[in-house]
Design a protein around this ligand. Structure first.
Ligand code: SF4
Length: 305
């Protein structure tokens, strides 16, 4: 089948099966182009929760499809590639978190949404890169265990000097590789461009950027800014969306490196197979869904959006 035939088949199957296709900002351009919705993981899961659909097809990585299942337990949630995981999410296990809790008894745990379901279930509150600072600021307690991303933890600590943040030593290898030298070089090549980086980048990178934002924040800033050029310090997939939504503006990747292997696994053929064979279904124990949902709901209590 050629590309047009696959797209036609995907649309037919989607209609016939009552499915909705959710695509993360970091996916391949061809996959973004067949999305019903594009966004970050939580944004997409919240959309899926409200949709009247039988099947959710998640083009992303495992923890994202799990989050959709936690928020929509009655729907069939499919992950397009079985092996698509998040190396950072896999850096912390439920047992490692239990040990950390034992070391700091009574300390509240904030887990980044980039965690597996059983880790969320062991946490008090979840957060996203967009609301991490707001969540921690609004928590009644001063001392907080923050997992798994040490860079996001450091960004929160920098933003909230009155809080004591106990970080876990996880990181996203894609953002960790972005360096100060990359910013210096990109600025030299594009002197009029604004540099926007994701808070998963290292502190020394965050400190010299013009702006620090989640992917959703980048999309909003690019749309509303009067600037015409932007250097983007996150996984390169989002540049497809930014260019499509702002054809009169220019977007440059901060370096050739920011590519997430797992995010790039899903192809159009995978979306077709996923819908046709209704695989790979996400299944989570009821008790884990219950506890993880509480942590996600708690996050909503601490944020306005
Ligand atoms: S970009 Fe980083 S945080 Fe996102 S899925 Fe890939 S490894 Fe995980």
């Amino acid at each position: 089948m050629n590309k047009e035939e696959i797209i036609k088949k995907i649309k037919e199957l989607k209609r016939r099966k009552g499915a909705v296709i959710l695509v993360h900002n970091y996916q391949r351009g061809e996959v973004q182009d067949i999305a019903d919705f594009i966004g970050d993981s939580l944004e997409l899961s919240k959309i899926a929760q409200k949709m009247d659909c039988r099947i959710i097809v998640f083009c992303g990585v495992r923890f994202m499809a799990e989050t959709a299942k936690i928020l929509s337990p009655g729907k069939k949630v499919l992950l397009t590639r079985k092996e698509a995981g998040c190396p950072m999410a896999d850096m912390i296990t439920k047992d490692a978190l239990k040990k950390l809790k034992e070391k700091y008894p009574g300390t509240k745990v904030v887990s980044y949404v980039n965690t597996n379901a059983d880790v969320k279930a062991e946490s008090d509150v979840c957060c996203t890169s967009a609301n991490a600072v707001e969540v921690v600021r609004n928590m009644e307690t001063e001392k907080i265990i923050f997992v798994p991303d040490r860079n996001l933890a450091s960004y929160v600590a920098m933003s909230l000097p009155d809080k004591e943040i106990i970080p876990y030593n996880g990181y996203c290898y894609v953002h960790e590789r972005i360096s100060r030298e990359d910013i210096t070089k990109a600025r030299k090549d594009h002197p009029d461009a604004k540099v926007i980086v994701h808070p998963e980048c290292r502190a020394e990178v965050v400190q010299i950027a013009d702006m620090v934002a989640s992917t959703g924040g980048m999309v909003k800033f690019a749309r509303e800014s009067t600037s015409k050029e932007f250097i983007i310090g996150t996984e390169e997939g989002i540049i497809h969306r930014l260019r499509k939504e702002n054809p009169e503006k220019k977007f440059y990747p901060i370096s050739p490196l920011p590519v997430c292997r797992d995010m790039k696994l899903t192809t159009l053929e995978d979306v077709y197979t996923c819908l046709k064979e209704e695989k790979y279904e996400v299944e989570i124990e009821e008790s884990i869904i219950e506890s993880a949902r509480k942590a996600l709901e708690k996050m909503l209590q601490y944020t306005k959006s």
